[in-house]
Design a protein around this ligand. Structure first.
Ligand code: ATP
Ligand code: MG
Length: 241
């Protein structure tokens, strides 16, 4: 973990009834990092992101933001500067692109600041500018995913949590999406925690990787360390104990 830890989970356990979704998971996201969360279906990847947002039943452990422990029951992480783009590109199909983006900063009263954020987001995703007056239903899957990320950016976050941003997208769009993720980090200095199943693509851009398996951290290290170990083969074949 870098010294400038933004987000930290320490020994976090999440339980849904009898199902232990996270079992004493410790992980962190530092300033200016792209951290990848990988692992097979049901490993607990989405649960990590939900736990940060108070959307999963945390039974023990702590979650902190800039070294201050978050009260999971009451915290308002968005206002601290964390945005969450959940799995499944949820956009408001009957609203225009601009209206969708504005949903990302509903609480913001400052019109100039809202304009500035719209401009910045549309600059990052030119397709959102081109189609700004069209309904989101008229967009392709990749464009809708960009819209979902753009809406997250409208909150002007310091950290962005992305759940499977490339799911179901064509390889060329996957590549573009990962380039955008790097661009967001570089241009806005946003730290990014991303759940990703496109192993090769994400290992190219991540600063660090956590491999989750059955609710536990099975590996934590650089992309190289992941490639050099046989951890992915093990977890995806279900051989990790
Ligand atoms: N609302 C819920 N109620 C009960 N069990 C749940 C709930 N949400 C998740 N789980 C269970 O918690 C475990 C972790 O789920 P999670 O969605 O975090 O996995 P994941 O790694 O994101 O998987 P995927 O790759 O399929 O998205 C799984 O066993 C899942 O069935
Ligand atoms: Mg998931």
């Amino acid at each position: 973990m870098s010294n400038q830890a933004l987000l930290e989970l320490e020994e976090v356990t999440v339980r849904y009834g009898g199902v232990v979704a996270l079992d004493s998971v410790s992980l962190g996201l530092g300033e200016g990092e792209i951290v990848a969360l990988m692992g097979p279906n049901g490993a607990g990847k989405s649960t990590v992101l939900k736990a940060v947002f108070g959307l999963a039943p945390v039974v023990s452990g702590t979650i902190s933001w800039r070294q201050a422990v978050l009260d999971v029951a009451a915290h308002q992480v968005v206002k601290l500067g964390v945005a969450f783009v959940p799995q499944g590109r949820r956009v408001f199909t009957q609203l225009t692109i601009t209206e969708n983006l504005e949903m990302g900063c509903l609480y913001l009263k400052d019109k100039e600041e809202k304009k500035r954020r719209l401009h910045e987001t549309m600059e990052l995703f030119p397709v959102l500018y081109e189609k700004r007056q069209e309904k989101a239903s008229a967009m392709s899957g990749g464009e809708q995913q960009m819209l979902a990320i753009g809406r997250g950016l409208m909150a002007d976050p310091k950290a962005l949590l992305l759940d499977e941003p490339t799911l179901g997208l064509a390889p060329i769009i996957v590549k573009e999406m990962l380039e955008k993720i790097v661009e967001i980090k570089e241009k806005r200095n946003t730290s990014i925690l991303v759940v990703e199943h496109n192993i090769r693509s994400i290992l190219d851009v991540a600063s660090r990787v956590y491999v989750l398996d059955k609710g536990r951290v099975a590996h934590d290290g650089s992309p190289d360390s992941v490639q050099q170990s046989d951890i992915l083969t093990k977890v995806f074949l279900g051989a990790v104990e």
